[in-house]
Design a protein around this ligand. Structure first.
Ligand SMILES: Nc1ncnc2c1ncn2[C@@H]1O[C@H](COP(=O)(O)OP(=O)(O)OP(=O)(O)O)[C@@H](O)[C@H]1O
Ligand SMILES: [Mg+2]
Length: 409
């Protein structure tokens, strides 16, 4: 039976197998830390649904998945084959290798990559996705083009391909010809979230030899002086993995709802639970105000820290409302309504009732978020004005924000 060795925090902990298109995962006897909320330590192998919900969610989606499948000559609906091809450097602390591959023999040497080469990778993403052309087995979820590289030391212009213990430290997304200035849009929304005090991954825009990219620091990587590379992985899971949804990220198709996510945080072993619940609610309101309709179950994640969970910093914040080609509808309904143009304060109050929290609490969050965003906007705008002529996208996002704040005031 074909199998992949599953490594966790650098140690071989189990096997992923496939039989008649059904997946199964089994821990080795030495495994001491669970990979997922839904994969607790146990002797028996896990069934297809539980296995698939963790492992399929490590893979890219839509066009990126198709492009990887084409490039690697496997089927896009075959997660086992895709993970065999690209499941090395993944989200969190998990790595997969073809059975018998001796990871420990892999050279842990830095492989520099020039700014020109990065520009070329970014330009060619549509045909050669992720780092497939470099023979680097990188897998990240999402439907947007991206690569991941190591920047060592942080803040420098020294970029490296992830290899051995030199794991990637940053994710880089190229411009998208269909969505004008989307990299500035994402950086703007991320900067705004950070400015108002929401825990947010740190991002910047960089000119790679004429090709601009959005760069975001990975929150699932940390410095560790005991490692030769000085880096280690932190484990993360997204809410589709946690809620056991292998291939549904939108509520309309059976993906996570606000209530399911909220309940999961309320019942799972989160440290600083009250803060996590509050962060989640603030993020829902923030996303509504900035016009981010794409806040689906894979755009919320949590970190595994000493056997307990913590919400991850925010990522993938984009004002999708400025692009007429993208669906206006929310990935998760608010008070039963998907159409953001129909959502008013009363919908948030209905949402609160559904979550068993006092409507006054969500009203307080709305008022606070609205005031903080309005106060922070001039500073963020100034930063953008200083970093080049991105007036159009900032004006468009600002118009959405003004409209949304008045809608729920
Ligand atoms: N800063 C980060 N640190 C660690 N992991 C991250 C970070 N940003 C994103 N990820 C991981 O990579 C995945 C893809 O990233 P992201 O959501 O930004 O991509 P996307 O292609 O824009 O997604 P979508 O399909 O939702 O538009 C996330 O689901 C998350 O697992
Ligand atoms: Mg995403």
């Amino acid at each position: 039976m074909p199998a992949l060795d599953v490594y966790f925090y650098g140690k071989k902990v189990g096997k992923l197998t496939e039989k008649n298109s059904r997946l199964s995962f089994k821990y080795n006897e030495n495994a001491d830390t669970p990979l997922s909320v839904n994969l607790p330590l146990q002797k028996e192998a896990f069934n297809d649904k539980l296995t698939r919900s963790f492992f399929n969610n490590l893979l890219p989606e839509e066009g990126i998945r198709e492009a990887v499948a084409r490039y690697k000559q496997v089927s896009s609906n075959n997660p086992f084959a895709l993970l065999k091809e690209i499941g090395g450097e993944c989200a969190g602390a998990v790595e997969l290798y073809p059975e018998g591959y001796i990871k420990e023999n892999e050279p842990s040497v830095l492989k520099p990559i020039s700014q020109e080469k990065i520009a070329e990778l970014l330009k060619n993403q549509a045909q050669i996705p992720l780092l497939t052309g470099e023979e680097i087995r990188l897998s990240l979820a999402g439907a947007q083009q991206k690569i991941a590289l190591a920047i060592i030391p942080e803040g420098s212009d020294n970029y490296y391909l992830p290899r051995g213990d030199y794991i990637s430290t940053h994710i880089i997304k190229p411009q998208n010809p269909y969505f004008e200035d989307i990299i500035y849009n994402e950086h703007f929304c991320m900067s705004l979230a950070q400015q108002i005090g929401l825990p947010t991954a740190t991002s910047f825009i960089k000119d790679f030899a004429g090709e601009f990219g959005y760069v975001v620091k990975r929150f699932d990587r940390e410095t560790d002086s005991t490692m030769q590379s000085g880096l280690k992985r932190i484990h993360q899971e997204d809410f589709c993995q946690a809620l056991c949804l292998p291939d549904k990220k939108y509520q309309k198709e059976g993906g996570p709802s606000i209530k399911q996510c909220y309940k999961f945080i309320a019942t799972a072993d989160f440290s600083r639970k009250a803060d996590a619940l509050m962060q989640f609610l603030k993020t829902i309101v923030f996303n509504f105000i900035i016009g981010n309709s794409d806040a689906h179950g894979k755009n919320f994640s949590f970190l595994h820290k000493q056997g307990r969970y913590e919400l991850s910093p925010l990522y993938d914040l984009v004002s999708t409302a400025v692009y007429p080609a993208l669906s206006p509808n929310l990935a998760m309904s608010v008070g039963g309504e998907y159409n953001p143009n129909q959502i008013h304060r009363s919908h948030f109050k209905d949402m609160a009732k559904d979550l068993d929290i006092k409507p006054a609490m969500i009203e307080k969050i709305i008022d606070e978020m609205s005031a903080k965003i309005s106060a922070a906007l001039p500073e963020i705008e100034k930063q953008f004005a200083d970093s080049g002529d991105k007036r159009k996208i900032t004006e468009q996002i600002k118009a959405v924000i003004t409209q949304r704040i008045s809608q729920i005031s």
